[in-house]
Design a protein around this ligand. Structure first.
Ligand SMILES: *Cc1c(COP(=O)(O)O)cnc(C)c1O
Length: 439
């Protein structure tokens, strides 16, 4: 049964009059699935409540950050205490030091600098890589999203080793003419560009495990290969863990590969979970590279609200509560939902591929390439009409999925039996709706 949307529709109309598309980040507008975007009034634990009073199990968790669930009492308490002390000073504070120590203790980075968004983190990491190496070319992969940085909003040029073209109007060709875009999981393509541009590549940036084209895990050894190739050619390996950091596992994606295999990225970017639901992000890495950053070194970077005491307090409280038990719980709930979704889709005859890395997973409405989605080209074959039907059937049954077929599903420590059961109950009907809409 469709749920009432009168209040959300009224807010959407007001929003569209004053904000482009009525939203402050495009995916929220539901353009990929149609219908009225739900305006959220409040959230608690695993549940969202919209402006019409409808409740939904939240499988987005603010696109990752809400690892502990919404309105966690202890995080709320720490934030309330911090707010009472004032909200921003433009001077250094103790919570920044504590959060930096926590991140350095848990990840491969030796030094870390805070910024306010993942976009700022990747932009700054690339500037630092260029400043450190004295080189200018950046290599990235198609389908990896690193925020809306000009030079990274790039599409592959006409050949594999040719420079990229702007991925959106507003990015000048001069901003992408030093970017090379390669197919993900393709070692030969990586070898080829390093051979083609010796001594010119400043860094290779990759999502530690892509989650922004749906979850496309690196093939075994792929990240180690990237790290080794960069080192061999005097380039820096920049691992973007904005999504996977403190999410895929307690140590991020690196906990699933680098920590086991014994290699470290030169630079790492973080965001989402580390901000505990506030605008906070970071980049960090090797001490000798990070020391090139102002004021210690010559590479300029700054931010009025960087390391904001409320955001760092929320991030610190979140990370301290993100114990092994939290990851075990999220992993188990994710396994249950993933298996049930696949069973329901199979029973309804919907072609699909389920992929996961750690506690993150997604479902592609395509057969992939031999049952596997290994790059953006495979992911692009998703049947978006089938996904839209699936999405709306889930929404009507009280489950809030990502309003796009190319996103990961996120759970939290607050996804208890009742929340998981609500998802399981919704799946068979949604799978049948997807089957009916299948192209
Ligand atoms: C979300 C994300 C970003 C951008 O972060 P913002 O805070 O939205 O600017 C960058 N990289 C990855 C991998 C992300 O998932």
């Amino acid at each position: 049964m469709p749920r009432p949307t009168t209040a959300s529709a009224a807010l959407f109309e007001r929003a569209r009059a004053v904000t482009p598309g009525g939203v402050n980040s495009p995916v929220r507008a539901f353009n990929a699935v149609g219908g009225t975007p739900r305006f959220i009034r409040s959230a608690a634990g695993a549940w969202l409540t919209d402006a019409d009073g409808n409740e939904y199990v939240d499988l987005i968790c603010s696109w990752g950050p809400m690892l502990l669930g919404h309105a966690h009492p202890e995080v709320q308490a720490r934030v309330a205490e911090a707010v009472a002390r004032g909200t921003s000073y433009g001077a250094p504070t103790e919570p920044e030091v504590e959060l930096a120590e926590e991140i350095v203790a848990r990840t491969p980075v030796e030094r870390v600098r805070f910024v306010s968004s993942g976009t700022e983190a990747t932009m700054s990491a690339i500037r630092l890589a260029r400043g450190f190496t004295g080189r200018d070319v950046v290599v990235k992969f198609a389908g990896c999203y690193h925020g809306h940085v000009d030079s990274l909003l790039a599409s592959a040029g006409s050949g594999l080793a040719t420079f990229a073209v702007p991925g959106t109007p507003g990015v000048p060709a001069s901003s992408t003419e030093l970017t090379l875009v390669l197919p993900y999981n393709d070692r030969a393509a990586v070898e080829k560009v390093f051979a083609e541009y010796p001594d010119r590549i400043a860094c290779l940036i990759t999502e530690a495990a892509p989650g922004n084209m749906g979850v496309v895990p690196p093939e075994p050894g792929f990240n180690a290969f990237l790290a080794e190739t960069c080192t061999r050619h005097g380039a820096l390996f920049v691992s973007d863990e904005v999504m996977t950091g403190f999410r895929a596992s307690k140590l991020g994606q690196w906990g699933l590969d680098g920590a086991v295999e014994g290699w470290r990225p030169d630079l790492v970017t973080f965001g989402k979970v580390m901000g505990g639901g506030f605008p906070a992000a970071a980049f960090g890495g090797r001490a000798d590279v990070m020391s090139r950053l102002a004021p210690e070194g010559p590479v300029y970077q700054a931010g009025t609200l960087s390391g904001n005491p409320i955001a760092t307090t929320a991030g610190l409280a979140t990370l301290r509560l993100a114990t092994d038990e939290v990851y075990a719980h999220i992993g188990a709930a994710a396994d249950t939902i993933r298996a049930a979704a696949s069973d329901a889709l199979t029973a309804a005859g919907v072609t699909h591929v389920v992929q996961a890395t750690g506690t993150m997973f997604s479902i592609f409405f395509t057969g992939g390439d031999g049952g596997r989605v290994r790059d953006f080209e495979d992911a692009s074959r998703t049947d978006s009409a089938a996904y839209a039907a699936f999405f709306h059937a889930m929404l009507d049954a009280g489950v809030y999925l990502p309003p796009s077929a190319y996103e990961a599903w996120f759970l939290s420590a607050a996804h208890d039996d009742r929340a998981v059961q609500t998802v399981l109950d919704a799946l068979p009907g949604a799978a049948r709706a997807a089957a009916a809409a299948q192209a």
